[in-house]
Design a protein around this ligand. Structure first.
Ligand SMILES: [Zn+2]
Length: 437
């Protein structure tokens, strides 16, 4: 992670009170006693471990009977609990709030709320993620809030507000006819929730603009509308051409960045893979060819299962049919992908549902469709970290890693719902939450 504004400069620019800045203590030592340690990478938990944290890094991890406790260290006793790496949610939307259609839905966010209001709610969302033990998020577009995610990330990195480490995509990219807002009189220019491009030149320009303004990843919508056709098949409208996507991927890769593609099924999904995307988001209907291509290209799948179980439109309506078909296809797709060895990154799509709902509800869904509890945990720790290019630094409790550490009371391998009971959160070596002092 890079700090976009050096702290001293930020202080000067924003005239922040000194109290708002994080306390120094770069060499402060904290020792965590872990009754059970799931380190994010090893296949099995280890009992009675001692984790030594110096500053914002993990210095050592060892058996409690042989570990040396540095003098003067603060000790956090989690010997009755399970300790894990800080969790990673690779698909969030802090600028969405699970909009209720009855209250105007998605459109109202963009048409009626000032950006400052949306940013204020995004601050609350970021804090919610951290409270639940998600110390890192990949936030996959601001939905009309421009580069607001870059600002929130800077505020977190500067220590002004609490929140997870953020990988941001800024505005996201789709095509004309490929994103909301829609359904208004053609005479009225309505704002769009993503940056719309047509043609490889505009595609590359949008990529450059977003990267210039702070995107860590790019997000591309490769499918938009979806429906069930007369034969009962699930169909998704494709958006960008392969040439358009290739321009974006080429640009992003040149900057050392990656591209996440929202893709449900069919032509758009195929184009996403042919265009060389790095992760498929959702992937509701993955056929054998798509799965084989993902394995071959090393493409990640961020399945976001649970969000599709919310708020189905009434049965018998076209939208209701579509919503039910999505769920019917999604589980078997994940099963096939797992069987073939597709790499899975945990993602919830929170913001698509309310931030008051638990993000950990995704874990049981992953297990329902074939993941072991440990595999599900690793998809939200070392797996997601690998996708983010952060192996060894995030998603693992091991020497040299950043000190992002959480704890739950029971054993999440025996009951994955434990991951919804995070009571201890350390981020970057600082305890943010500890309900069992
Ligand atoms: Zn999403």
């Amino acid at each position: 992670m890079r700090l976009l504004i050096p702290r001293a400069v930020a202080c000067f620019l924003l005239a922040a009170p000194a109290a708002a800045l994080p306390a120094p203590g770069a060499d402060a030592v904290t020792v965590i006693r872990a009754g059970r340690l799931i380190d994010g990478k090893s296949p099995a938990p280890r009992r009675d471990q001692v984790i030594v944290v110096r500053g914002n890094r993990i210095e050592s991890v060892g058996d409690s009977n042989s570990a040396r406790i540095p003098e003067g260290a603060a000790v956090v006793d989690l010997s009755g609990a399970t300790v894990l790496p800080g969790l990673i949610d690779a698909h969030t939307h802090i600028f969405l709030q699970g909009e209720d259609p009855a209250e105007g839905g998605y459109d109202v966010q963009i048409l009626k709320y000032p950006l400052a209001f949306r940013a204020a709610r995004a601050v609350v969302a970021a804090r919610r993620a951290l409270e639940q033990g998600f110390t890192t998020i990949r936030d996959v577009e601001t939905e009309g809030a421009g580069y607001g995610d870059v600002g929130i990330k800077e505020a977190i990195e500067g220590g002004y507000i609490p929140g997870p480490r953020m990988f941001v995509v800024t505005r996201a990219i789709s095509t004309t006819g490929g994103y909301d807002l829609e359904g208004y009189a053609p005479e009225i220019d309505v704002p769009k929730g993503a940056q719309l491009i047509d043609g490889p030149i505009e595609a590359r320009k949008a990529a450059r603009q977003q990267l210039e303004h702070g995107a860590d990843w790019l997000k591309v919508y490769m499918t938009h509308r979806s429906w069930v056709d007369a034969q009962g098949n699930f169909v998704a409208q494709p958006t960008l051409t392969v040439e358009e996507l290739k321009a974006i991927v080429d640009e992003a890769h040149g900057w050392g960045k990656k591209v996440a593609c929202h893709a449900y099924a069919g032509i758009g999904l195929r184009r996403a893979l042919d265009g060389g995307c790095d992760s498929i988001e959702h992937g509701l209907d993955l056929d054998d060819a798509a799965i084989a291509q993902m394995v071959k290209q090393g493409t990640w799948l961020c399945p976001t299962m649970s969000v599709y179980y919310d708020h189905h439109a009434p049965e018998g309506t076209p939208a209701g049919q579509r919503d039910r078909k999505r769920v019917a296809l999604h589980g078997p797709s994940l099963r096939r992908a797992l069987k073939a060895g597709v790499k899975i990154a945990f993602g919830t799509d929170v913001g698509g549902f309310s931030w008051s709902d638990p993000m950990a509800r995704e874990f049981p869904r992953l297990i329902e469709f074939g993941m072991s509890p440990m595999a599900a945990i690793q998809s939200a720790t070392s797996g997601a970290a690998e996708m983010l290019g952060m192996s060894g630094r995030l998603g693992i409790v091991a020497p040299g890693a950043w000190a992002d550490i959480v704890a739950v009371p029971g054993d999440p391998v025996a009951d994955v719902k434990e991951l919804g009971r995070v009571f201890f959160v350390m981020k970057d070596g600082k305890v943010f939450r500890n309900e069992r002092r």
